[in-house]
Design a protein around this ligand. Structure first.
Ligand code: FE2
Length: 204
């Protein structure tokens, strides 16, 4: 039985249940690859929750803070560090070519649709390099109910279609607590950044 969370802000029942189930995976002592693959199934159920879908009506139309991308931050686990976020992208928005550093990400789509391009590195430099050789490795469409599974260091770019897109995101740790890479495909230069600005928001 998963432990109860008492010190955290209240969450919608379905989100609270998701958190308890993920905590139970940690409590079992599973490794992260298995935890996050299993959590994908839990997230798939959460994305179907009518209360969660209705809650998006209160979220802003797009999120950027002084030109930087922003995430709503609903929850941060006090013991295992994983977080629940949302990302709201304006129509036509295109991200940089980037990775999520050492973190795991489950990017669930609640509304909208976008194209995700994956890349791979063909050099054998360090994980956090100054330069890198990167080539395109595939493209896929994401849509409501889809969960894009992003393991550590996977390089990608999200291209929003002509409507807003809302992602409900589970990250293994809060953005800002690890380094991410941003790749310039023209020059091969790689820069590091802290990821999206975190904006605390109630999900209840
Ligand atoms: Fe990303």
């Amino acid at each position: 039985m998963a432990t109860e969370i008492s010190t955290q802000p209240s969450l919608l029942p379905a989100a609270k249940s998701f958190v308890s189930r993920v905590r139970a995976l940690f409590e079992k002592g599973l490794e992260e690859p298995q935890i996050w693959e299993t959590a994908c199934g839990y997230l798939r159920e959460l994305l179907e929750d009518e209360e969660l879908k209705a809650h998006t009506g209160t979220w802003p139309d797009s999120l950027s803070v002084e030109g930087k991308p922003g995430n709503l931050l609903f929850y941060e686990d006090p013991d295992y560090g994983f977080v629940l976020n949302a990302l709201i992208k304006a129509p036509g928005l295109k991200t940089s070519v980037h990775d999520h550093g050492k973190s795991w990400t489950l990017y669930g789509v609640l509304e909208g649709a976008e194209t995700v391009i994956r890349f791979e590195r063909t050099d054998d430099g360090p994980k956090v390099p100054k330069t890198a050789t990167v080539r395109e490795a595939g493209t896929h469409e994401v849509f409501p109910g889809y969960i894009d599974f992003v393991p550590p260091w996977e390089i990608h770019q999200e291209n929003n279609n002509e409507q807003r897109t809302i992602g409900f995101i589970v990250r293994s740790q809060r953005s800002g607590t690890f380094v991410q890479n941003r790749f310039d495909l023209e020059t091969g230069a790689v820069s590091q950044y802290d990821g999206p600005v975190q904006i605390p928001y109630e999900l209840n």
